[in-house]
Design a protein around this ligand. Sequence first.
Ligand SMILES: [Ca+2]
Ligand SMILES: [Ca+2]
Ligand SMILES: [Ca+2]
Ligand SMILES: [Ca+2]
Length: 235
Amino acid sequence: MRNKMLKFTLLLTAGFIVLLLVGGACAVVVPVITQLTFNTVPDMYSSISGDGSTIAFSSRMDGDWEIFVVNSDGTGLTQLTFNTASDEYPSISGDGSKIAFRSNVDGDREIFVINSDGTGLTQLTFNTADDMMPSISGDGSKITFESWDGDWEISVMDSDGTGLTQLTFNTENDYVPSISNDGSKIAFFSLVDGDNEIFLCQLVPDHVIPEIPLGTVIASAAMIIALVAYAAKHK
Ligand SMILES: [Ca+2]
Ligand SMILES: [Ca+2]
Ligand SMILES: [Ca+2]
Ligand SMILES: [Ca+2]
């Protein structure tokens, strides 16, 4: 009986060692989920910075939609917008310093940008159509969004509102754009072929016209003058 117990204990120990060895060879992901907001109103549309430090989101904490930020450890909850309009769909830059969002504070939906410390609130679009779903590049330089011209189209602009450029021109819906870290690539989906497809738009820098050396211009002009003179002489 005692021998049987000893054998069983040895087997059990060996089994644990094998399990430990196998377990040691596996990468185990342990999810740690942390609740960051605690209230009785909707908190939605979270966007986390590329460095993982800051989360922007929309909340109805003050009775209508506002933009908030919170540090990823739950500290530093800060309300950034204060109005009676709907401020929603924040998109936060890579270092967490800049947030693009949309608001209907002027009567229709427009794109805004604000610093995560609450300074620098700036309206970037000014039109009577709806401008929605902003996505700010990781470096904070560009913002892409969808805009209504009878159907949804994709546009892009610098994050100070300059360089506004419409990228799609068709009669189907092009929407929910997402922009790369350096602002050079925009992915979006479109109904252009009847069911939704994924598209990529690459923003190629302006073509640079090569500089022509002054000597070449003078030589070319001299040659033209000589040819005209020769033609006049021999007509
Ligand atoms: Ca809530
Ligand atoms: Ca509001
Ligand atoms: Ca608008
Ligand atoms: Ca379209």
